[in-house]
Design a binder for this molecule. Structure first.
Ligand SMILES: Cc1ncc(COP(=O)(O)O)c(C=O)c1O
Length: 393
């Protein structure tokens, strides 16, 4: 079905930060599957581990214990604030699990008849019906109404907006069971949260026994220079969702919870493929590779280099570009509102320069290369981007 407006390129192979099309053209990959191929294309450790896993065991049902799933769960809880994990196959599914968890928490722990979830305007939580309903962007709802009830929206980074919504809903007794929020809005334009804003939400949630759930689907697994986005803000959620970078390009998602939110019991939730041996082997390999190769340091250094380079381009093209936003290797280059071009225009010209980029809304170009990208490759990315921008000067 025509659900994607595709660029006229057919990609055939990849290695590290590079991909090749069917005509043999070589592209520098600033997209990485949209933040999925965290340790680069065709990574040797992943290849070896997954080949071995394919020969050993590919899939069994969650009716049985799965050692690879237990290994990945152990790695995740050892390296985060969480104590338990549910595995699924994608970011939207992870958020579906979080939404169900939130409702169950409201019913069983708080005695709320119709639990409400607060989420942010300009957020993105996925395309399944409930994740879509949690997404604070009208354009994704259009044509699919009625959306799922039980979601209310506040303005991101706006304490007044959050407080007003919170107070108006809770006026005649508790209704809110959780707050679902990205630490850095990705799809919505690469908007990092303000520390004070997240801290305020954390305090309100703690005081009122409301679950704070972070959507770390895009920010998790080292993308920001810490393993989890929340570490950038010095606060911890009660639960968080991950996917994208976890499998290094293979389908896997997860909901991670602290003990207080560990309320699912047998039969509450399930997934046929969730946590299968192959996907979990991918997750374990990616996690260990991030730590073994000290990729978080690379993300910090390459992120700085990229940001500096973007700032130089903003100074060079001030009539086109206004600012750069982001943390680590999740960066956005903002096009001036009054400029006649959109992010898609830049992405299209970049493709001709053999550079893969992706937009985050109409006025932001997003950079989410593999976490393994080298200094020279970032230099090359900026050089190609400069060539693109010359077209619009
Ligand atoms: C923050 C966030 N949440 C959820 C999703 C949905 O993930 P998936 O496409 O794996 O369902 C995305 C995807 O872009 C995302 O960026």
């Amino acid at each position: 079905m025509e659900t994607y407006k595709r660029f006229p390129v057919s990609l055939k192979k990849g290695k590290g930060s590079w991909v090749w099309d069917d005509k043999g053209n070589k592209y520098l990959d600033g997209v990485a599957g949209i933040a999925t191929c965290s340790i680069g294309h065709s990574n040797k450790s992943l290849l070896r581990a997954l080949s071995r896993q394919l020969k050993k065991l590919q899939h069994v049902s969650n009716l049985y214990h799965i050692p690879e799933q237990e290994e990945l769960a152990q790695w995740l809880v050892s390296n985060s604030c969480a104590e338990s994990v549910f595995f699924c196959n994608s970011g939207a599914e992870a958020n579906e699990a979080a939404i169900k968890l939130s409702r169950k928490y409201g019913h069983t722990k708080r005695n709320i008849e119709k639990p409400v979830i607060l989420s942010a305007n300009s957020s993105f939580h996925g395309r399944t019906l409930a994740a879509l309903s949690a997404t604070g962007q009208q354009k994704y709802h259009q044509g699919f109404e009625p959306v799922v009830e039980g979601f209310n929206f506040f303005d991101f980074n706006n304490i007044d907006s959050f407080t007003t919504l919170f107070e108006s809903l809770e006026k005649n007794g508790p209704k809110i069971s959780s707050v679902l929020i990205e630490t850095i809005q990705g799809e919505g334009g690469v908007n990092p949260a303000n520390k004070g804003f997240l801290k305020m939400i954390r305090e309100v949630c703690t005081k009122n026994d409301i679950l704070l759930i972070f959507d770390e689907v895009q920010t998790g697994m080292g993308r920001t220079g810490t393993l989890w986005g929340y570490e950038q803000f010095g606060i911890e959620p009660d639960a968080f969702t991950i996917a994208k970078g976890l499998g290094g390009g293979h389908s896997i998602g997860a909901l991670l919870v602290k003990q207080t939110a560990n309320i699912f019991t047998p039969g509450d939730h399930a997934s046929t493929f969730g946590g299968n041996p192959f996907a979990c082997r991918a997750g374990v390999t990616v996690g260990k590779e991030i730590l073994r190769r000290k990729l978080l340091t690379n993300v910090i250094n390459r992120g700085k280099q990229l940001k500096e380079g973007l700032m130089n381009l903003i100074n060079k093209y001030p009539h086109l570009l206004s600012q750069s936003r982001g943390v680590g290797l999740l960066q956005g280059l903002v096009i001036r509102e009054e400029a006649s071009i959109t992010s898609i225009d830049i992405v299209e010209v970049a493709l001709k320069e053999r550079l893969l980029l992706v937009s985050a809304g109409l006025k932001v170009v997003r950079f989410v290369p593999p976490l393994t990208i080298s200094k020279n490759e970032v230099k090359e990315l900026l050089k190609r981007l400069n060539h693109c921008l010359e077209n619009f000067a």
